[in-house]
Write a protein that binds this ligand. Sequence first.
Ligand code: BES
Ligand code: ZN
Length: 607
Amino acid sequence: MIERRQAAGAGNRLCIAGGPDYIFEPVRIDPHSFADPSQGKTTHVAFDWSVDFDARVLRGSVTLTLDAPRRGPLDLDTRGLTIEAVEDGDAGTLRFELGEDQPVLGRRLRIFRNEPLGVVTIRYTTSPEASALMWLEPSQTASGNHPFLLSQCQAIHARSIAPLQDTPAIRITYDATVAIPDGLSAVMSAAPGQAAGDASQLSFHMPQPIPPYLLAIAVGELDSRDLGPRTRVHAEPTVVDAAAQEFAEVEQMLEAAEGLFGPYEWERYDFIVLPPSFPLGGMENPRMTFLTPTLLAGDRSLVSVLAHELAHSWTGNLITNATNEDFWLNEGWTVYAERRIVEVLYGKEAAAQQARLGRVTLDETLKSREKAGKRTALSYDQAGLDPDGEFSKIPYEKGFLFVSALERAVGRARFDAFIKHYLSTFRFQSLTTAQFAELVGEALPDAAATVDIDAWLFTDGLPADAPTFESERLAKLSELATAWPDDPARLDQTTSDWTTTEALFFLSQLSELDAPDTEALGDWLGLRDTGNAELQCVWLARAAAADVDGIADELTAFVGRVGRTKLVVPVLQAMLEQPALSELARQLIERNHVRWHSSTRLAVATL
Ligand code: BES
Ligand code: ZN
């Protein structure tokens, strides 16, 4: 899986003898990593950390075990780390060199091995600005009593937590010992070790090999509830019961997913509902999905995000994109898998509606990226580009349509057999787009004959014969939206039984409204005081655009509370485009950006 192509500029290995060290031109397999697997591949990592909330750092060491002892340089990825020492297995010190700080990649740590060596220990401290870590003040938590630490490593932030071969082309198992302050608890993307007497000395073990971006830790005041024999939800004490209510169906989701994709390979499926600064809807950290509390709508209307993260246990965590250029393999497949789970649990109509709404998002994304001169192919050269800057709905929704096109070409029954074949062939491996295309050519030759695979994968835009998804209910809502608010028929409409997808779709079909109509819309659909943060976000963005009277306080409260990029960005964007609110938007960015994850900051900075 790793021996594919070389990044631009990386030549063949040179070995010039004569100097004290060898001079190598490394073989790069991932444009976003300094790792060179011919120097050895990390197979196991052991962390020993102490969590220092005052200094906002992790302090300690990491020990890397390689697949085989090797001589010569070992190149690792780092960002913002202070390296104190590098040792071989016997506590002898090794010479090392930190390269220049590069804008996307960070700094290369080169360790020099004069003898064949398969184990190195690095003593180091993270930076308080580590791009993966969020050190929250007590005021940013539900209880307000304790600080909170959380991590978000995908795509290339793991290197800000530890020196690693930070590419998803390699897979590692890991152990961790973590010292935390009294009164707090910790979870990781791993199994907790046996509780020792001391609750502030924790241990974790991850026996399944994972790409480094799935490393994860959260530390705070936590409680938990069992939801089933292999599922448990963690959250702050004042949130945990609401979280247990919202996600009570998780075991059914797990069973539905196993029915579709085969046995769950990670033993337990636990998850944590984090404070609102968490930048994502969800993150598929294995054994411990991370979720935003903005999913707690009170009516289980946003649980498909949990289905999505669960689905990654097969598509993403079991089979992993080899590099960020293959990211659609993770997300396109997972959106497909998520909608299959939704179909089993909530019916064909619900799944078709989500696909139809996805198409609306895709069309908007295609338009805006084309306008900005950005690529819209599923896979393209990302050398020199920041994965966070490349993030968009393209790999999700275009990827979903591509997988659906393959399914339609051969029919559901044969495609389901192909899914099982795909999963069993590449389980616990990393995969490139080219390898996937090759597999389709072999296993589904007739699909390869009717679906233009190269066009789907490597061409911008959307093939003209892309699958479509229809829903009669959505078609009616589209008509209603075109006539709104003048159509008196709206007064006969009951909106209380609309699903979130229906409401979001209706909102997406409305033209720009003036302030009174925007307020009327909010009242009509109950959007102003909804517990559904996705709907609230869409209405607030419209209210900002229309400069609804007295909206500033609501906008200020929303941006001050929610850190989820998907919700913060549209609201701030609408404010910046509204002259009456753009100054407030700039103040809110200034005031809140320290509380955002580095990826959220980047998304806001590019508005
Ligand atoms: N793995 C992604 C989140 C991610 C992607 C983090 C790229 C960093 C870089 C996760 O599975 C995801 O897609 N989350 C979505 C929810 C989903 C239902 C589309 C999100 O957070 O919005
Ligand atoms: Zn995902």
